[in-house]
Write a protein that binds this ligand. Structure first.
Ligand code: BT5
Length: 264
Protein backbone atom coordinates (compact mmCIF):
# COMPACT_ATOMS: atom_id res chain seq x y z
CA UNK A 1 0.00 0.00 0.00
CA UNK A 2 1.35 3.45 -0.68
CA UNK A 3 0.37 6.99 0.13
CA UNK A 4 0.15 8.23 -3.47
CA UNK A 5 -2.11 5.33 -4.41
CA UNK A 6 -4.51 6.10 -1.58
CA UNK A 7 -4.47 9.85 -2.28
CA UNK A 8 -5.38 9.19 -5.92
CA UNK A 9 -8.42 7.12 -4.97
CA UNK A 10 -9.69 8.95 -1.93
CA UNK A 11 -12.59 11.37 -2.19
CA UNK A 12 -12.77 12.53 1.44
CA UNK A 13 -12.27 16.13 2.52
CA UNK A 14 -10.30 15.63 5.75
CA UNK A 15 -10.32 11.98 6.78
CA UNK A 16 -7.15 10.27 5.60
CA UNK A 17 -5.75 13.43 4.03
CA UNK A 18 -2.93 13.06 6.58
CA UNK A 19 -1.77 9.48 6.18
CA UNK A 20 1.07 7.26 7.35
CA UNK A 21 1.76 3.78 6.12
CA UNK A 22 4.09 1.39 7.95
CA UNK A 23 5.34 -2.03 6.85
CA UNK A 24 5.08 -3.17 10.46
CA UNK A 25 4.50 -1.71 13.91
CA UNK A 26 3.49 -2.85 17.40
CA UNK A 27 -0.03 -1.43 17.34
CA UNK A 28 -1.36 1.28 15.02
CA UNK A 29 -3.39 2.57 18.01
CA UNK A 30 -0.16 3.26 19.93
CA UNK A 31 1.41 5.04 16.97
CA UNK A 32 -1.72 7.14 16.43
CA UNK A 33 -1.88 8.10 20.12
CA UNK A 34 1.77 9.15 19.96
CA UNK A 35 1.08 11.33 16.92
CA UNK A 36 -2.06 12.75 18.55
CA UNK A 37 -0.10 13.72 21.69
CA UNK A 38 2.40 15.45 19.41
CA UNK A 39 -0.43 17.51 17.88
CA UNK A 40 -1.52 15.49 14.83
CA UNK A 41 -4.69 16.82 13.19
CA UNK A 42 -8.07 15.14 13.30
CA UNK A 43 -8.31 12.79 10.36
CA UNK A 44 -4.78 11.40 10.51
CA UNK A 45 -4.91 7.74 9.47
CA UNK A 46 -2.15 5.28 10.28
CA UNK A 47 -2.05 1.96 8.47
CA UNK A 48 0.33 -0.95 9.00
CA UNK A 49 0.77 -4.03 6.83
CA UNK A 50 1.46 -6.05 9.98
CA UNK A 51 1.19 -5.54 13.73
CA UNK A 52 3.42 -7.34 16.19
CA UNK A 53 1.18 -6.52 19.19
CA UNK A 54 -2.24 -5.83 17.68
CA UNK A 55 -4.68 -5.27 20.55
CA UNK A 56 -8.30 -5.96 21.26
CA UNK A 57 -10.20 -4.80 24.34
CA UNK A 58 -9.21 -5.79 27.89
CA UNK A 59 -5.68 -6.81 26.98
CA UNK A 60 -6.81 -9.30 24.34
CA UNK A 61 -4.79 -9.63 21.17
CA UNK A 62 -5.75 -8.99 17.56
CA UNK A 63 -4.39 -11.49 15.07
CA UNK A 64 -2.51 -9.29 12.57
CA UNK A 65 -0.59 -11.32 9.98
CA UNK A 66 1.43 -9.43 7.38
CA UNK A 67 0.10 -8.10 4.07
CA UNK A 68 -3.33 -9.73 4.06
CA UNK A 69 -5.61 -7.52 6.09
CA UNK A 70 -6.30 -3.94 7.04
CA UNK A 71 -5.06 -2.54 10.37
CA UNK A 72 -5.66 1.15 10.82
CA UNK A 73 -6.08 3.83 13.44
CA UNK A 74 -7.76 7.18 13.04
CA UNK A 75 -7.08 10.27 15.13
CA UNK A 76 -10.24 12.23 15.94
CA UNK A 77 -10.78 15.33 18.01
CA UNK A 78 -14.54 15.39 18.53
CA UNK A 79 -15.93 18.47 20.22
CA UNK A 80 -17.87 16.32 22.67
CA UNK A 81 -17.41 15.56 26.40
CA UNK A 82 -15.57 12.33 27.38
CA UNK A 83 -18.81 10.68 28.53
CA UNK A 84 -20.08 10.85 24.94
CA UNK A 85 -17.02 9.24 23.36
CA UNK A 86 -17.64 5.46 23.82
CA UNK A 87 -20.40 5.38 21.15
CA UNK A 88 -17.71 6.26 18.60
CA UNK A 89 -17.14 2.49 18.60
CA UNK A 90 -20.70 2.01 17.35
CA UNK A 91 -20.13 4.73 14.76
CA UNK A 92 -16.96 3.10 13.46
CA UNK A 93 -18.77 -0.24 13.19
CA UNK A 94 -21.43 1.50 11.13
CA UNK A 95 -18.72 3.00 8.90
CA UNK A 96 -17.25 -0.45 8.31
CA UNK A 97 -20.71 -1.90 7.64
CA UNK A 98 -21.45 0.78 5.05
CA UNK A 99 -18.08 0.17 3.37
CA UNK A 100 -18.60 -3.61 3.25
CA UNK A 101 -22.03 -3.06 1.74
CA UNK A 102 -20.33 -1.40 -1.25
CA UNK A 103 -18.53 -4.73 -1.81
CA UNK A 104 -21.89 -6.49 -2.08
CA UNK A 105 -21.80 -7.94 1.44
CA UNK A 106 -24.45 -7.85 4.16
CA UNK A 107 -22.53 -7.16 7.37
CA UNK A 108 -24.18 -7.35 10.78
CA UNK A 109 -23.06 -5.33 13.78
CA UNK A 110 -22.79 -7.03 17.14
CA UNK A 111 -22.85 -4.61 20.06
CA UNK A 112 -20.55 -3.02 20.90
CA UNK A 113 -17.56 -3.52 18.60
CA UNK A 114 -17.85 -6.49 16.24
CA UNK A 115 -18.67 -6.58 12.56
CA UNK A 116 -19.82 -10.01 11.48
CA UNK A 117 -20.63 -11.85 8.26
CA UNK A 118 -22.86 -14.85 7.94
CA UNK A 119 -20.91 -17.87 6.76
CA UNK A 120 -22.37 -21.24 5.80
CA UNK A 121 -20.84 -23.98 7.97
CA UNK A 122 -22.11 -27.40 6.96
CA UNK A 123 -25.89 -27.19 6.87
CA UNK A 124 -26.11 -24.11 9.10
CA UNK A 125 -25.20 -20.47 8.92
CA UNK A 126 -22.83 -18.97 11.47
CA UNK A 127 -22.11 -15.34 12.24
CA UNK A 128 -18.35 -14.84 12.19
CA UNK A 129 -16.24 -11.84 13.07
CA UNK A 130 -14.68 -9.99 10.15
CA UNK A 131 -13.73 -6.79 11.97
CA UNK A 132 -13.16 -5.42 15.47
CA UNK A 133 -13.02 -1.84 16.71
CA UNK A 134 -10.94 -0.51 19.61
CA UNK A 135 -11.62 3.09 20.68
CA UNK A 136 -9.19 4.75 23.08
CA UNK A 137 -9.35 8.29 24.44
CA UNK A 138 -7.14 10.81 26.24
CA UNK A 139 -9.04 13.41 28.21
CA UNK A 140 -8.24 16.28 30.56
CA UNK A 141 -10.34 18.78 32.45
CA UNK A 142 -13.68 17.37 31.31
CA UNK A 143 -12.96 17.32 27.60
CA UNK A 144 -11.67 14.69 25.23
CA UNK A 145 -8.22 15.73 24.01
CA UNK A 146 -8.08 13.14 21.31
CA UNK A 147 -9.62 9.84 20.41
CA UNK A 148 -7.99 7.00 18.53
CA UNK A 149 -10.34 4.68 16.68
CA UNK A 150 -8.57 1.44 15.77
CA UNK A 151 -10.10 -0.83 13.17
CA UNK A 152 -8.94 -4.28 12.10
CA UNK A 153 -10.63 -5.85 9.07
CA UNK A 154 -9.88 -9.37 7.89
CA UNK A 155 -9.63 -8.61 4.21
CA UNK A 156 -7.75 -11.46 2.58
CA UNK A 157 -6.88 -13.92 5.36
CA UNK A 158 -8.14 -17.37 4.50
CA UNK A 159 -6.94 -19.37 7.51
CA UNK A 160 -6.96 -18.35 11.14
CA UNK A 161 -5.16 -19.72 14.21
CA UNK A 162 -7.08 -22.53 15.98
CA UNK A 163 -8.20 -20.33 18.88
CA UNK A 164 -10.25 -18.08 16.58
CA UNK A 165 -10.82 -20.38 13.58
CA UNK A 166 -14.43 -21.08 14.56
CA UNK A 167 -15.27 -17.43 15.07
CA UNK A 168 -13.39 -15.47 12.39
CA UNK A 169 -13.90 -14.90 8.70
CA UNK A 170 -12.73 -12.51 6.01
CA UNK A 171 -14.00 -10.57 3.01
CA UNK A 172 -12.11 -12.94 0.78
CA UNK A 173 -13.87 -15.95 2.26
CA UNK A 174 -17.25 -14.29 1.88
CA UNK A 175 -16.70 -12.99 -1.65
CA UNK A 176 -14.66 -15.85 -3.05
CA UNK A 177 -11.96 -13.51 -4.30
CA UNK A 178 -9.27 -11.24 -2.89
CA UNK A 179 -10.03 -7.58 -2.24
CA UNK A 180 -7.80 -4.62 -2.94
CA UNK A 181 -6.90 -3.17 0.46
CA UNK A 182 -6.52 0.37 -0.88
CA UNK A 183 -10.01 0.19 -2.32
CA UNK A 184 -11.31 -1.13 1.01
CA UNK A 185 -9.55 1.61 2.94
CA UNK A 186 -10.88 4.34 0.63
CA UNK A 187 -14.43 2.94 0.89
CA UNK A 188 -14.14 2.87 4.68
CA UNK A 189 -12.84 6.43 5.01
CA UNK A 190 -15.47 7.73 2.59
CA UNK A 191 -18.21 6.03 4.57
CA UNK A 192 -16.84 7.14 7.94
CA UNK A 193 -16.23 10.84 7.21
CA UNK A 194 -19.88 11.92 7.03
CA UNK A 195 -20.63 9.79 10.09
CA UNK A 196 -17.91 11.61 12.05
CA UNK A 197 -19.38 14.94 10.97
CA UNK A 198 -22.83 13.83 12.12
CA UNK A 199 -21.30 12.73 15.44
CA UNK A 200 -19.67 16.14 15.92
CA UNK A 201 -23.04 17.81 15.38
CA UNK A 202 -25.39 15.39 17.14
CA UNK A 203 -23.23 13.23 19.42
CA UNK A 204 -24.10 9.66 20.46
CA UNK A 205 -27.59 9.79 18.89
CA UNK A 206 -25.94 9.88 15.46
CA UNK A 207 -23.81 6.86 16.36
CA UNK A 208 -26.73 4.84 17.70
CA UNK A 209 -28.85 5.60 14.63
CA UNK A 210 -26.09 4.55 12.22
CA UNK A 211 -25.34 1.44 14.28
CA UNK A 212 -28.93 0.29 14.47
CA UNK A 213 -29.27 0.34 10.69
CA UNK A 214 -26.94 -2.70 10.59
CA UNK A 215 -27.36 -4.19 14.07
CA UNK A 216 -28.39 -7.77 14.65
CA UNK A 217 -28.84 -8.99 18.21
CA UNK A 218 -28.56 -12.66 19.05
CA UNK A 219 -31.83 -13.99 20.53
CA UNK A 220 -31.86 -14.81 23.30
CA UNK A 221 -28.65 -13.09 24.21
CA UNK A 222 -26.24 -13.37 27.06
CA UNK A 223 -24.01 -10.56 28.27
CA UNK A 224 -20.97 -11.20 30.41
CA UNK A 225 -19.20 -8.48 32.37
CA UNK A 226 -15.77 -7.47 31.07
CA UNK A 227 -13.16 -9.71 32.68
CA UNK A 228 -15.79 -11.41 34.92
CA UNK A 229 -17.32 -14.25 32.87
CA UNK A 230 -19.26 -15.56 35.88
CA UNK A 231 -21.33 -12.36 36.04
CA UNK A 232 -23.89 -12.62 33.33
CA UNK A 233 -27.30 -11.49 32.24
CA UNK A 234 -29.58 -13.30 29.85
CA UNK A 235 -32.56 -12.02 27.98
CA UNK A 236 -33.81 -10.32 24.88
CA UNK A 237 -31.92 -7.34 23.47
CA UNK A 238 -34.36 -4.50 22.89
CA UNK A 239 -31.90 -2.22 21.16
CA UNK A 240 -29.38 0.48 21.98
CA UNK A 241 -30.19 3.48 24.18
CA UNK A 242 -29.46 7.02 22.99
CA UNK A 243 -26.15 7.01 24.92
CA UNK A 244 -24.97 3.72 23.38
CA UNK A 245 -25.87 1.39 26.28
CA UNK A 246 -27.49 -1.95 25.40
CA UNK A 247 -31.09 -2.38 26.56
CA UNK A 248 -31.76 -5.92 27.72
CA UNK A 249 -34.93 -7.43 29.14
CA UNK A 250 -34.42 -10.47 31.40
CA UNK A 251 -36.91 -13.31 31.80
CA UNK A 252 -38.65 -11.57 34.71
CA UNK A 253 -39.38 -8.62 32.44
CA UNK A 254 -36.89 -6.33 34.15
CA UNK A 255 -34.99 -4.02 31.81
CA UNK A 256 -31.25 -3.57 32.24
CA UNK A 257 -28.88 -1.00 30.82
CA UNK A 258 -25.57 -2.63 29.88
CA UNK A 259 -22.75 -0.16 29.47
CA UNK A 260 -19.98 -2.60 28.58
CA UNK A 261 -19.72 -6.31 28.15
CA UNK A 262 -19.51 -9.25 25.85
CA UNK A 263 -22.55 -10.34 23.89
CA UNK A 264 -23.19 -13.90 22.76
C1 BT5 B 1 -11.58 -6.11 19.16
O1 BT5 B 1 -11.39 -6.45 20.46
O2 BT5 B 1 -12.32 -6.70 18.40
C2 BT5 B 1 -10.81 -4.87 18.72
C3 BT5 B 1 -9.84 -5.17 17.62
C4 BT5 B 1 -9.17 -3.92 17.11
C5 BT5 B 1 -8.02 -4.24 16.21
C6 BT5 B 1 -7.45 -3.00 15.57
S1 BT5 B 1 -6.25 -3.37 14.36
C7 BT5 B 1 -5.77 -1.72 14.27
C8 BT5 B 1 -5.77 -1.18 15.70
N1 BT5 B 1 -4.51 -1.45 16.36
C9 BT5 B 1 -4.65 -2.31 17.39
O3 BT5 B 1 -3.71 -2.70 18.12
N2 BT5 B 1 -5.94 -2.65 17.51
C10 BT5 B 1 -6.78 -2.00 16.53
P1 BT5 B 1 -12.20 -7.57 21.25
O4 BT5 B 1 -13.68 -7.33 21.14
O5 BT5 B 1 -11.59 -7.62 22.59
O6 BT5 B 1 -11.92 -8.90 20.45
C11 BT5 B 1 -10.69 -9.54 20.55
C12 BT5 B 1 -10.97 -11.03 20.32
O7 BT5 B 1 -11.32 -11.25 18.95
C13 BT5 B 1 -9.76 -11.92 20.59
O8 BT5 B 1 -9.68 -12.28 21.93
C14 BT5 B 1 -10.03 -13.10 19.67
O9 BT5 B 1 -10.96 -14.00 20.27
C15 BT5 B 1 -10.76 -12.47 18.49
N3 BT5 B 1 -9.81 -12.14 17.41
C16 BT5 B 1 -8.50 -11.81 17.47
N4 BT5 B 1 -8.01 -11.53 16.27
C17 BT5 B 1 -9.03 -11.69 15.39
C18 BT5 B 1 -9.16 -11.54 13.99
N5 BT5 B 1 -8.15 -11.13 13.22
N6 BT5 B 1 -10.37 -11.80 13.44
C19 BT5 B 1 -11.44 -12.18 14.18
N7 BT5 B 1 -11.36 -12.34 15.51
C20 BT5 B 1 -10.18 -12.10 16.12
Amino acid sequence: MDEAELAARLHTRWLGRAFEWHASCGSTNDLAAERARAGAPAGLVIVADAQTSGRGRLGRSWHSPADENLYLSIVLRPARPPSEIPPLTLLAGAGVARALTTFGLTPRLKWPNDVELVEPVGATNRRRKVCGVLTEMASAGGSALHVVVGIGINANAVDFPPEIAERATSLRRALGHAVDRVELLAALLEAFEPLCEAFDRRGPAAAVEAFEAHAAFPTPCRVTAPGRPSERLEGIALGVEPDGALRLQDETGQIHRVISGELS
